[in-house]
Design a protein around this ligand. Structure first.
Ligand code: SF4
Ligand code: SF4
Ligand SMILES: [Zn+2]
Length: 651
């Protein structure tokens, strides 16, 4: 297993508050409606709590209704969701400030599931009609938690729960949650997961969203004041910045909507930039245009090239950790636009937040974008939580992108690999034609790579290096996770270079085709001439850590180089030379003779002794196979502007 799980804790406050008097969420302890103090609600990190959408409520109603035969209690309630780590969607569901259930997407069953919590069991105790198990407390001596329920302990039961389903337990004065599990002997039984004696009374008050906003108005005002002051200071900075034109990057998502609103307060004549990647949801394109028209804003639609479906033939599907498309479809068009429209540079207000992902967990208030020359970015909401963002935009009376009401957590391209598999299922319902186009490509690609159809259906294509949870599922189901090498293809190289707008570092992603005369393990071995190698045969991936930066090379020829710009070019050259030397070695043994460490043995191809090799690079000189590298690398696309370049020649 290569990738270790990490707990993502970008913020310092894993909590929010709940006013029980007014029955609504608070962003800070004091309620502006009743003047009382809210109760603290502990959240699992990263604690980016948000409001549940209309479609999210419908989904919960459907799941509660099917599982427990009741769902009316959800009507018009303020429901909060807190996203936590998991193989796919996993949201803690909060009602009345209590964690009542966890909503998650089961990729294997391709369906949403609901895990009840003990507070949820207390909430349902007088409501549930299905999946209720009444137990005899006398038959369960001692602590209940973790106990298996023998048939003799069950007094009454409704429903026919299946393995891994939750049931509501009633055990004397206790209520709780049981889960149907397989026992060691292969039979199934209910195991007690948790119990509580604490009652759960739903408040009779059902506040409106206006009540929620009013209760939080002082907090929202504070947020706005700080952000606008920060923006004004940055915009009027005496050193050069004060002369620069100001614009705001508006993607159609809630975060950039808040950034737009703040920016206009600080600089009312700011222009709006929208990058149309040609992979946007139609709702997003329309929404952006409508907002700008209704607010009377100057909108620049930066048109990306409509070439994704040509480029994907070379690069393969983009992945969370292989986002070549961000460069070709976003950064490239943006860089060209900024250079032409703002030749002296510009200040761009963005809605990036630390809570969004690991790669955004460190964002400065003012940063210069080294890969869009002249662009300085300002991030006024970098520390805001999703709930703060949404309530702020509602307070300002700004309409939301309609996709949020359809249960999308984040808005991006419709085939973005960073989307959840549950969101792809959403797209299947609301835009079947878009879903079909991408699913058809993925199926063809999977077939050509001899990959199981579940690799597509379960969303495994969204990673190049799969997370432990996905590796676990794949292993249990016998699904291979590594695409085939590019057999029979010409020698060639496709690359995109630049800093990804979705990440922070400069990187080169690409696809290298070389003859496949030897197994990938031979290339993985030889990569030790570049740096320390971690090789996983199962996953068909070799990761190289060197002093210049990191390289990840896959058995199918896809690769990523992450380093400073100049170093990345050096690493790319070394990777190409190494792959060529292994696969096209003539057996001349020139390298063996040049190596002073006696680290090379040539037998058909090269084998490097990692312990001996000092990475001096002497062995590459005079190698006829490595001499092919400059012809493959060419000299194309070396400008700072991100670009997709292609070079090829017959092997
Ligand atoms: S110099 Fe190049 S071609 Fe000759 S043995 Fe070494 S790797 Fe092979
Ligand atoms: S010549 Fe240098 S880089 Fe090549 S194998 Fe020997 S020690 Fe390693
Ligand atoms: Zn209150």
């Amino acid at each position: 297993m290569i990738q270790k799980g990490r707990t993502f804790t970008p913020g310092t406050e894993n909590r929010t508050f709940w006013c029980h008097t007014c029955s609504l969420p608070l962003l800070s302890a004091r309620c502006n409606n009743c003047g009382g103090s809210g109760e603290m609600v502990e959240l699992s990190p990263p604690a980016d709590i948000r409001l549940c959408s209309g479609a999210g409520r419908d989904l919960l109603k459907d799941l509660f209704g099917k599982s427990y035969g009741c769902s009316d209690f959800l009507d018009r309630r303020t429901i909060l969701l807190n996203k936590i780590a998991g193989a796919d969607r996993r949201d803690q569901v909060f009602i009345n400030g209590r964690h009542v259930a966890t909503l998650w997407f089961d990729v294997e069953k391709e369906a949403h599931r609901l895990d009840l919590e003990s507070a949820g069991a207390a909430l349902l105790t007088d409501r549930a009609k299905n999946n209720v198990v009444v137990c005899n407390p006398a038959a369960l001596k001692g602590h209940f938690k973790g106990k298996w329920l023998d048939k003799s302990a069950i007094l009454d039961q409704t429903g026919n729960p299946e393995e891994s389903d939750c049931v509501l337990l009633k055990i004397g004065k206790f209520v709780g949650v049981g889960v149907v599990r397989k026992k060691g002997d292969g039979s199934t039984a209910i195991r007690v997961r948790d119990v509580t004696k604490e009652p759960f009374e739903l408040s009779s008050k059902i506040p409106t969203i206006e009540d929620v906003i009013k209760a939080n108005e002082p907090h929202l005002k504070r947020l706005e004041k700080t952000a606008v002051r920060e923006l004004r200071e940055a915009i009027s900075h005496p050193r050069s910045q004060s002369e620069l034109p100001v614009n705001v990057s508006f993607s159609g998502g809630k975060d950039s909507l808040a950034a737009l609103s703040l920016c206009l307060k600080a600089k009312p004549d700011a222009e709006v930039l929208f990058i149309d990647t040609k992979l946007e949801f139609p709702e997003t394109v329309e929404y952006v245009k409508n907002i700008c028209t209704s607010e009377g804003l100057k909108l620049h639609v930066i048109e990306g090239e409509d070439k994704f479906f040509d480029q994907v033939e070379s690069f393969g599907p983009p992945a969370k950790d292989y986002r070549w498309c961000c460069k070709t479809n976003k950064l490239g068009p943006l860089t060209a636009f900024v250079q032409k429209q703002y030749p002296k540079g510009c200040l761009t207000v963005e809605g990036r937040r630390i809570y969004e992902s690991f790669s955004r967990s460190k964002i400065g208030a003012v940063e210069s974008n080294p890969y869009v020359p002249g662009q300085i970015t300002l991030c006024p909401i970098r520390n805001w939580k999703a709930l703060e963002v949404v309530l702020y935009t509602m307070w300002k009376g700004l309409p939301q992108n309609p996709l949020y009401e359809k249960d999308y957590e984040r808005i991006g391209c419709w085939l973005c690999p960073a989307s959840l598999q549950s969101e792809f299922e959403n797209t299947r319902s609301i835009h079947p034609e878009l879903h079909f186009r991408w699913a058809s490509y993925l199926r063809g690609w999977a077939k050509a790579n001899e990959l199981d159809s579940r690799y597509v259906d379960w969303g495994f294509w969204r990673w190049r290096r799969h997370p432990p949870k996905v590796v676990e599922i794949a292993k249990a189901r016998g699904i291979a996770l590594n695409p085939l090498p590019l057999k029979g293809k010409k020698t060639g190289l496709d690359v995109v270079r630049g800093r990804s707008p979705c990440g922070l570092k400069y990187s080169i992603e690409g696809s290298l085709a070389v003859p496949q005369n030897y197994p990938f393990s031979a290339v993985a071995n030889a990569l030790c001439m570049i740096g320390r190698v971690k090789y996983s045969e199962d996953l068909g991936v070799a990761m190289v850590e060197s002093k210049e930066g990191n390289v990840t090379l896959f058995a199918n020829g896809h690769f990523m180089v992450v380093a400073e710009k100049e170093d990345a070019e050096v690493l790319l050259r070394k990777v190409v030379e190494t792959a060529l030397r292994v696969q096209m070695c003539t057996g001349c043994k020139i390298c063996e003779k040049r190596c002073r460490q006696r680290a090379i043995k040539v037998k058909d191809t090269i084998y490097i002794d990692e312990e001996r090799c000092c990475r001096c690079g002497r062995c590459v000189k005079g190698c006829i196979a490595a001499a092919e590298a400059p012809m493959i690398l060419g000299n194309k696309g070396r400008s700072s502007r991100p670009s997709a370049v292609k070079s090829s020649r017959s092997a």
